[in-house]
Write a protein that binds this ligand. Structure first.
Ligand code: BES
Ligand code: ZN
Ligand code: ZN
Length: 523
């Protein structure tokens, strides 16, 4: 079934299109106490080194007492002083620690710390002085970069998944309304530069929160059809072309691998294709493919208690793809972006696939299903082959593919494998820049041995008995990208977080959106 952006298919509720941060007003303003309107003025302070550029003006105008920088500058410490005769009733110093250790990521974290402080104290409107002079002088970071990182921290840090909490009052109390960011450079051009940076980072933060919401939705709500209809709504609002394929269409496409995963479920699988076309002629075309398993029981190779409960987040890859295409459209990027979402449940029933089944993928390759829990690569294989029809400049896929990614790299890095080292270098740099870091694992032709089957062309698990699990996933996927440049991202260890940090909540992290958009924005 093909829908264009005017198609209709009800489902998702309105709140999902207004993620946290979308109503936040964030603007750059020149330092001028008379023009500041808010509840609080936030002043970053380091333990050593210079004080903020405006501190002497502030001291003079507000009659503030001297501060003990060693104490007040302690990282993460908030020190509040009440003032009179201003629109804001308090000045809050926030410590950033030793100046030599302040970098862009520290500023992002600072944004997260500040927003949590504001929420806890029910402060709605904040004016924040830039901390660019507190950055170590060797770091060469622009005012706009500081503003971006701070804003990302604020928007990402304000996120909590509270959709199913019914205490609306409590939610309202901690809703931040506006942030005024005061750069240290006073020129009009610096101000407009910073304003632009604030808007872009807000968009990135909001789209990450959008993805977090979607990934956090439970599987009884976020079925493949629900997500497909939501994608259609997004397409409509963002003027994207949208094509949706259901079970019959997948049969016509001969997607035997994808269908084998879906055949045990009462929910219809959906393959969603979104297309953003840049205004610019001859722009490169990047295809993003996402694993969207809305619940992964493991199938007949059933997961144990303790390992299955979080498997509603196994749709993270597809949701990141949706968020990335939407962000590309919102930012009017100069590249074409195709998003392909492979949505299905992996369930058990009388019609479910069985270990030892042999199926045929849409590119003609036969696959022995060695393990029904290695379902992500089966879904992705047909979606990757589908991507080749767009003759893209490159294909990228993103998936919560293997628990082994956690064993190899832990929660700080997503695993990256592919057939194009130049592209992977670009992703490494982009990841470092936005702090959604990726780490390359090797992918050599000699690994093809691992997934040889006695009875079919390929097997969806290896003969290595648990070794190199993340690599084996990529070895399998490689068979479906033809000759196209391709990079695979395994986000199994990074898509959800158990320990909340300054701007990462517990649960879905939304990792991938900032990485991919940063890549797409690079010239
Ligand atoms: N969805 C899982 C991978 C996963 C595990 C994601 C933990 C997030 C957290 C995937 O479908 C899976 O079950 N993979 C198997 C592959 C194995 C059977 C080759 C795994 O990692 O154990
Ligand atoms: Zn699985
Ligand atoms: Zn899975």
């Amino acid at each position: 079934m093909v829908f264009f952006s005017s198609g209709k298919k009800g489902g998702a509720e309105d709140w999902i299109l207004e993620p946290q941060g979308s109503s936040l007003k964030i603007e750059a303003k020149k330092f001028s106490l008379a023009d500041f309107k808010g509840d609080v003025l936030v002043v970053p302070v380091s333990k050593d080194g210079k004080l903020s550029q405006y501190s002497s003006e502030l001291k003079l105008a507000l009659g503030l007492p001297d501060i003990d920088q060693q104490k007040v500058g302690e990282e993460g410490l908030f020190t509040s002083t009440f003032v009179e005769g201003q629109t804001f009733s308090r000045v809050v110093y926030v410590g950033v620690g030793e100046q030599a250790k302040v970098d862009v990521e520290k500023v992002r974290k600072l944004g997260g710390k500040v927003v949590k402080y504001l929420q806890m104290n029910q402060l709605k409107q904040a004016i924040v002085l830039s901390c660019s002079s507190l950055l170590s002088s060797s770091s060469n970071v622009s005012e706009a970069e500081v503003a971006s990182a701070f804003t990302e921290g604020v928007v990402l840090g304000m996120y909590a998944f509270e959709r199913y909490k019914t205490d609306e009052e409590a939610k309202k109390k901690k809703q931040l309304v506006s942030v005024v960011f005061v750069p240290e450079e006073r020129s009009a051009s610096a101000l407009s530069h910073v304003q632009k940076a604030l808007e872009t980072s807000k968009t990135l933060g909001v789209h990450t929160n959008f993805v977090r919401d979607l990934v956090n939705l439970p599987a009884n709500v976020a079925t493949p059809s629900y997500l497909a209809s939501l994608a259609l709504r997004v397409a409509k609002a963002s003027r994207l072309k949208c094509t949706i394929l259901g079970r019959k269409d997948l049969e016509k496409e001969k997607m035997g691998c994808f269908l084998s995963v879906a055949q045990g479920s009462a929910e219809e699988p959906q393959l969603v294709v979104l297309e953003y076309h840049a205004k610019k002629k001859n722009a490169p075309t990047y295809a993003f493919v996402g694993k969207g398993v809305t619940f992964d029981t493991g199938g007949y190779n059933i997961k144990q208690t303790g390992y299955m409960e979080t498997m509603y987040t196994d749709k993270a890859g597809a949701m990141v793809v949706l968020g990335t295409v939407k962000a590309a459209a919102e930012l009017s990027l100069d590249v074409n972006v195709i998003g392909i979402l492979g949505l299905t449940e992996n369930m058990i029933s009388g019609s479910a696939s069985k270990p030892s089944d042999i199926v045929t993928a849409s590119n003609g390759k036969t696959v022995e299903i060695g393990n029904t829990d290695a379902e992500g690569r089966l879904v992705l294989s047909d979606c990757l082959h589908y991507a080749t029809r767009f003759k893209p400049t490159a294909i990228f896929d993103v998936a919560t593919l293997t628990g082994a990614a956690y064993v190899a790299l832990g929660p700080s890095f997503s695993a990256m494998l592919g057939n194009d080292s130049k592209l992977m270098e670009r992703f490494s740099a982009a990841g470092q820049h936005v702090y959604e870091r990726v780490w390359q694992l090797p992918l050599l032709d000699e690994f093809d041995e691992y997934i040889k089957s006695d009875v079919a062309d390929l097997k969806n698990i290896s003969n290595l008995k648990g070794g190199a699990g993340t690599i084996v996933g990529a070895v399998f996927l490689k068979n479906f990208v033809g000759k196209y440049p391709w990079v695979h991202f395994d986000i199994a260890a990074t898509a959800r977080s158990e320990l909340p940090t300054d701007y990462l909540p517990k649960g879905a992290t939304g990792v991938g959106v900032r990485l991919f958009v940063e890549f797409l924005r690079q010239k």
